[in-house]
Structure formats: C-alpha cells, structure tokens
Design a protein. Sequence first.
Length: 302
Amino acid sequence: MIQALDKESPESRREPFLVALGERVRRLRAIRGMTRKSLSQATGVSERHLANLEHGVGNASILVLLQIAKAFNCALAELVGDVTTESPDWLLIRELLSGRTESDLQRAREALVQLFGVGGGAQRPNRFQRVALIGLRGAGKSTLGQMLADDLGYPFVELNREIERVAGCSILEIHNLYGPNAYRRYERRALEEAVQIYPEMVLATPGGLVSEPATLNLLLTHCYTVWLRATPDEHMARVMAQGDFRPMSGNNEAMADLKRILAGREAFYAKADLTWETSNISLQESFGGLRARVRKACGLPL
C-alpha cells in the first residue's frame, strides 16, 4: 500500500481542500483583474508561494489567507469556504436556492431587490431612463455611449470621470495613494451620486465594476444595462490603438491575462439586460442595431 502511494503523482496526492482553495484564489484574482504579481505586491506574499497556493500544493497559514482576503476586499469565509453557513436562516435560504437554474436565481435576486431595495429605498426606480454600458476596455463603451446619448438626447456620463470628481484626484493617483479597495469605494459612491444627479443618462462604466457585487446590484437596479461584448483579439487591438495598456503594463503575457480576466468576469457581465456583440461589425452597423434594441426596450420610438 505504501509503495502504491509512493508511485502516485504529486497531482493525485493534493489535498482536496487546498485544491478548492487554490481555485477560489484564481477565480477571485481573475474577477478583480489582478495578476499574480500585483497580488504579491498587495499582500507581501511571494509569487512562488501564491503559485503553489493556486495549484493546491501550498501550505497556507491563516495569516496569509487573511492578507489575500484583504487584498480581494472580501470576507475570509468567501475565500476559504461557504459564507452561507453562518446562521440557520442562511442555511435555510441556501437550501431553497440550491439546485435552481440561473433564471430562477435571477428572479430570486430581483425579488430580494424589490423587498429590501438597493442604494436607498425599496421602490424600484424607472431604470429604463438610464442606460449603462458594461464590458472590458476596448468594447466601445465610450464611442457607442456618446453616439447613443446624442441619439436619445440624454447626458453622456463616464463613471471614471465621476470617480475622479468624487475623489478629487485621478484614477491613477487613487490606486497609487490609497489602493484598489479605496478605488472601489469611490466607484460605488460615484455611481450612487450619478443615479441621483441624472434621472436620464447613458453611462459608460469601468470594466472592473462588476467585480464588486454591491456596486453591480446598484447598477442593475437603477439602469438598463448593456454588455458590449467583443473577442479578446478585438479588445486587445482596440486597447493598443488607444495606447492604454492597463492593467497589462509590463506583462509579457498580456493576451493570456486579458482572456483570464474576461473569463473571470463573463458570468457577471452576462447579468446585463442585453448582450450586444461589437466584433466583426462596422461602427455604424453596431450603433444602428444597438440603437434599435435600446429604444425598443426603453419604450422609445424608433
């Protein structure tokens, strides 16, 4: 028996808990658009240790996990296990939702929004007066957003500019001076203020907004959301044309990182009311189709 165990590969001897933990670390890192290097810098944990952890062979201490959870701005329970074990009511709710389809879960989430409200007040706002564009950089949010706003006669609002207004400094300065968690707080405050200031608008959002569930809930509640979707190659070409390489600066595997980020966020982007493909189509064709779909959804004349 001992000989048989000795012949097993290291992969086959990995502890299932550590494997699952590694998968959660990778998923949270992808959702937040962080490279292993940036996570290492944020936590003070070596890239080698993080690599072992993600592959399920790391001997992670509780302090290391606390550092990683802090960098992800999430509860330690979300990193190491199921947060819905906290109380009997959580367990009962989890049982009710267990095994449901994505459609059922979406209806349950919308019912909870109606019950508790998001961002102040239980009354559901007229979200069809606000159109929010989500997706990775290079999807066309700024270009199509401005065109759509001009067509609808709505203000065009870029949330990045609103974040800078709220913070009193640039996006880069927020990250450099205060870190990613502070940026996410400013992001939510800027969104809360935007939905209060603009009863009608077309809103272009940062690509990583969907990584914070509370902010995404706020957006879905107050806006008709459109995911501008493109292929990774198209995203990369457009980003390079803009001369903006964040968050891939200094990374020799930029395309792999972009694909990883997109894969990590796809399920969240897919919560949008409408998914609109912008690849392999001219700007005018893309705008014409998007304009028709948005006007129809919002009850506006074509």
